[in-house]
Ligand binder design. Structure first.
Ligand SMILES: CC(C)=CCC/C(C)=C/CC/C(C)=C/CC/C(C)=C/COP(=O)(O)OP(=O)(O)O
Ligand SMILES: O=P(O)(O)OC[C@@H](O)CO
Ligand SMILES: [Mg+2]
Length: 253
């Protein structure tokens, strides 16, 4: 089934989705077997692959290797046209609607068309909003746009809603990778209350408590990258509960 259709089904049935972000600048093909082993033991439902930059042009080889080693849907989350590859299931066709840089609003999308024309990738139009989080992040630096003020919640809501009205199928509120403050509960709640399309939240989420808090106020999909990159043990904190793991917990409390 197509990625968007199946995630809509999962969300409607009450499931909360968790995406592991693999940044090509932070991952080697050789590290994938161990990393994916942990991913598969966790509650992660999707893998996103992408970065603000891909310095060594590794996206293509990483995508091929991930597809060979994982059953999870692989979705491209590209910072640039150069990160397009056919070795994925779907593509977040991002437009950075929080900023006023035409390059990231429409020009990169136009440049992508010739690469997408004969491709089988499922293209998912996605409104991408960068929200200030207490420090300058790579997305801000690379795009040369100012993040939206976390205090102007009405403007964030209106911008997200404008994205939906333009036909975007997903809205992604981004605090930026390694953000000091993840997107606040107040912002998530306010945006969710006006949206019909699924809401993705990412940036700076480093604990199970922050993950659950984001879900409890309306996030449909949460994206986590840095917490997994820095500590594989974080996967244990969000492990799948299976009957064998319950038995293990009883024997080894
Ligand atoms: C449609 C196509 C082909 C491209 C879209 C181009 C746009 C609009 C991109 C939005 C802006 C952008 C640069 C997004 C990248 C988001 C991303 C994958 C971030 C991952 O984290 P990093 O920003 O690489 O964090 P680090 O600082 O940890 O490297
Ligand atoms: O690396 P972290 O802080 O988890 O952020 C994930 C993602 O939203 C960045 O684009
Ligand atoms: Mg990066």
């Amino acid at each position: 089934m197509l990625v968007l259709k199946s995630l809509l089904k999962q969300i409607i049935s009450g499931q909360k989705l968790l995406t592991v972000l693999i940044d090509p600048d932070k991952m080697e093909v050789e590290q994938l077997p161990t990393f994916l082993h942990h991913v598969h033991q966790s509650v992660a439902t999707h893998i996103f692959l992408g970065g603000s930059t891909d310095e060594a042009s590794k996206t293509d080889s990483l995508a091929k290797a991930i597809k060979a080693q994982s059953h999870l849907p692989l979705v491209l989350f590209p910072g640039d046209v150069s990160q397009l590859t056919s070795h994925a299931d779907a593509l977040l066709f991002l437009s950075l609607i929080s900023g006023d840089n035409a390059e990231y609003l429409i020009k990169k999308q136009v440049a992508a068309v010739s690469k997408l024309r004969d491709s089988q990738l499922e293209v998912i139009p996605t409104g991408y909003l960068l929200i200030e989080n207490g420090k300058i992040t790579t997305v801000e630096r690379v795009t040369g746009t100012k993040p939206m003020s976390r205090k102007n919640i009405q403007l964030i809501v209106d911008t997200a809603k404008a994205g939906e009205l333009l036909g975007m199928k997903l809205i992604y509120l981004e605090a930026g990778s390694g953000a000091a403050h993840p997107i606040s509960a107040e912002i998530i709640k306010a945006v969710k209350s006006e949206l019909k399309v699924p809401l993705i939240i990412g940036g700076g989420i480093k604990s199970k408590a922050q993950l659950d808090a984001a879900y409890s106020v309306g996030a449909d999909i949460v994206v986590i990258g840095t917490a997994f990159e820095e500590n594989l043990k974080f996967f244990n904190e969000i492990k799948k509960v299976t009957s064998s793991s319950i038995t293990h917990e009883i024997i080894n409390p």
